[in-house]
Design a protein around this ligand. Structure first.
Ligand code: IMP
Length: 434
């Protein structure tokens, strides 16, 4: 069975881009199956840094096919900018990039809606979206009446489709805050603009579901690249402080159209600590010197929005939940080097909820707000690990920390990363083979 999936087990930004980039050499096709331009995957290759939002990280390898499937929401101008930026830097982008004709499109009204809705609060707190129109586009997809898919741009009724939706959206937007300028959408201008995008994107548009079903039946090797992290999953995450797609492992099949029986290995990616961007509860958050230290050494600022990330200790209750939810076989622990200067490191092993110890991740956000982390304290290693290339050479306390995480999550550690470069990655072959 030919499929591997790479899933972030926290709130996103677990450095999945680097792992996908390395694993790509063992695969024929890289698949992006949910999310949109809210994602930011940073890949460092030699002296070059690439920041990808909608195009799979596999694009940096010329012999790999990159597929963006039906579960993704696409913003055509940013896809084209990304393509242009890659081509300018000598990266091949032609028939190695396929975009699903079923993917839903983001339009200017989605950005306005995202901004207006994000100004309001959920449960007294701002969701803090990336303002990329993601939630409104997914809402229109599920609502159906105002949705436009990539394949719709090539139909004869595309213009009238836009006119009808603009008329309705103008009323909706005016109702959201009453400001006239927010509701000023010009259907003709939007049609002309998107017709231009349609022409440029057309060589990449395909029925990716059929392509991938053929590929797995022909035993091609697929790598599924998750965006965001499992705790932001719209159904299973910290709702309502989530994104609008199934970002945990359960979303791979619905987003790509490939049944789970074709996925034989799931790699769960975690940082050696925890971060979160935007609003919502974060039990192990360290809004103090420790958090600032982690932010500084980990350069914890959003790839997409540049916002400072909230930082805290590793939360094994949350990661154990998402590892089970995502069917994780093996763990990849990133950014171990960021903790190297600390004398002591804390790991959240359980929660205290209203005076009772619990090991399960609560389903309701209000309970999650009330939990107190129960920590275990481990000694730090206080030694630079960025030049280490083999697990055995890591300081004993660093190895003990990795073992502790593996035991708490009941999964072997198969990858350890000690810096942004491809070379700063150790693979534990025995664990990866399981
Ligand atoms: P949206 O996906 O833009 O609607 O944002 C919803 C929530 O998900 C916000 O808290 C965002 O900060 C968060 N979010 C969305 N995409 C990412 C990501 O790629 N990494 C981390 N957080 C994200």
């Amino acid at each position: 069975m030919p499929g591997t999936s790479v899933i972030g087990l926290q709130w996103g930004d677990e450095a999945k881009g680097k792992l996908v980039d390395i694993l790509t050499t063992q695969h024929d096709i890289v698949v992006r199956y949910q999310g949109g331009a809210n994602a930011g995957h940073t890949v460092v290759a030699g002296d070059q840094t690439y920041k990808l939002h909608q195009i799979p990280s596999g694009i940096l390898h010329p012999n790999v096919i990159n597929v963006v499937t039906a579960g993704v929401v696409l913003n055509p101008p940013t896809v084209l900018d990304e393509i242009d930026g890659l081509v300018d830097r000598g990266i091949r982008v032609d028939d190695n990039l396929m975009l699903s004709d079923r993917a839903h499109l983001i339009f200017p009204w989605h950005f306005v809606e995202d901004r207006l809705l994000n100004e309001s609060t959920a449960d007294g707190e701002n969701i803090g979206t990336t303002l990329r129109g993601i939630g409104p586009c997914y809402r229109d997809k599920v609502g159906r009446s105002f949705a436009i898919r990539l394949g719709d741009m090539y139909q004869t009724d595309f213009r009238s489709h836009i006119e009808r939706i603009v008329e309705a959206k103008q009323r909706t937007l005016a109702g959201l805050n009453g400001r006239a300028e927010d509701a000023m959408l010009d259907a003709r201008k939007i049609y002309d603009e998107y017709s231009g995008y349609a022409e440029r994107i057309e060589p990449h548009v395909a029925d990716t579901t059929a392509f991938l079903l053929d590929a797995v039946e022909q035993n091609q090797r697929l790598l599924f690249e998750g965006a965001q992290g499992a705790l932001l999953d719209v159904d299973h995450g910290t709702f309502p402080f989530v994104t609008s797609s199934n970002s945990s492992g359960v979303g791979v099949s619905s987003g790509s159209g490939i049944p789970g029986r074709w996925i034989n290995r799931v790699i769960g990616v975690i940082k050696s600590y925890a971060t979160r961007v935007g609003g919502g509860p974060f039990p192990t958050e360290q809004d103090n010197d420790i958090g600032q230290h982690i932010r500084k050494l980990g350069n914890e600022y959003g790839t997409t929005t540049g916002r400072p990330r909230r930082c805290g200790w590793f939360d094994a209750v949350a990661a154990r939940y998402t590892a089970r939810l995502s069917g994780v076989d093996v763990l990849s622990i990133m950014m171990l080097d960021v903790l190297s200067e600390l004398a002591e490191i804390q790991v959240c092993v359980a929660y205290d909820l209203d005076g009772k110890r619990i090991d399960n991740f609560p389903s309701h956000v209000e309970q999650l707000r009330r939990v107190q982390p129960i920590y275990e304290t481990l000694p730090g290693w206080r030694q630079d690990v960025t030049q280490i290339r083999c697990l055995e050479d890591l300081p004993e306390n660093a190895r003990a920390y990795l073992e502790c995480i593996g035991e708490l999550l009941s999964r072997p550690v198969g990858v350890v990363s000690v810096g942004p470069d491809r070379e700063q990655t150790m693979f534990i072959e025995s664990a990866m083979a399981t």
